[in-house]
Design a protein around this ligand. Structure first.
Ligand SMILES: Cc1cc2nc3c(=O)[nH]c(=O)nc-3n(C[C@H](O)[C@H](O)[C@H](O)COP(=O)(O)O)c2cc1C
Length: 229
């Protein structure tokens, strides 16, 4: 299994250790990117990606290795510590660059057969909203099989997380890894994704955005073809 891990921070704390441990338990080729170290640009709001092409984004070349790794992977792991009840700014800035890939614009077909995981740790609270920040993108990219693992670690450093908590985490990760391995190659597009896709298809048929319309037409999605099998 090819696994790509995008870390919403550049240091190796609790979130890193949990995400890494999960990936090792799943097994396969693991590729990791750390934000902002490996990509730290902010979207400048030029909207060229939406209206013309993502290739016109001033950060297209810098983002390309991450994009290609995600397109190749069977499993995408987005991991972020909670910063003020949400995912880190670095993670958000990264995800902003893929607005053009949301189903409402030009989703990538490959996404519909992948699994995705959102991981978040907090000292106490905020994992749910931080994971939603990441899961929203995975869902609107077209991924149906999305898992969430949020943990309150009651510490700000991995070495200060209690042994009891670490043991619980290890057990929970083992069972999550098993589930993901079992679903390898079997990710199915769910009813919610299909409904959203069909609603957007009606909108696309009206031709509200030329770049999107051409994209949908070329792929036959305005006719009978669909990005899932
Ligand atoms: C800027 C900042 C904001 C934080 N905000 C929260 C928060 O809203 N809720 C919380 O419980 N912990 C918060 N924390 C604590 C971290 O989420 C927590 O320690 C997390 O496990 C750190 O993960 P890491 O070791 O991977 O960096 C914050 C930490 C930082 C540095």
């Amino acid at each position: 299994m090819e696994i790509v891990m995008i870390h919403g921070q550049s240091h190796k704390g609790s979130t890193y250790h949990i995400a890494r441990n999960l990936a090792l338990k799943i097994g396969g080729d693991i590729k990791e990117f750390f934000l902002p170290r490996d990509f730290g640009e902010f979207c400048i709001g030029c909207t060229k990606c939406f209206l013309e092409s993502e290739k016109k984004c001033p950060h297209y070349d810098k983002l390309k290795p991450l994009t290609e790794a995600m397109d190749r992977a069977d499993l995408i792991i987005l991991a972020s510590p909670v910063y003020v009840m949400h995912a880190t700014g670095a993670m958000k800035a990264f995800l902003d660059h893929y607005g053009y890939r949301w189903m409402v614009h030009r989703p990538e077909k490959a996404m519909f057969s992948k699994q995705g995981i959102c991981i978040s740790t907090a000292a106490g609270a905020g994992m749910k909203s931080a994971m939603k920040d990441m899961a929203d993108s995975l869902f609107f990219w077209g991924i149906s099989e999305i898992y969430r693992y949020g943990k309150a670690v009651f510490a700000v450093k991995w070495q200060d997380v209690s042994e009891k908590n670490k043991k619980t985490i290890d057990k929970e990760l083992s069972s999550l890894a098993k589930k993901i391995r079992r679903n390898y190659g079997k990710a199915k597009t769910g009813i919610k994704t299909k409904l959203v896709f069909h609603a957007i298809r009606l909108l696309q048929r009206k031709g509200w955005n030329k770049a999107d319309l051409e994209y949908w037409r070329e792929r036959g999605w305005l006719d009978k073809k669909r990005p899932w099998s």
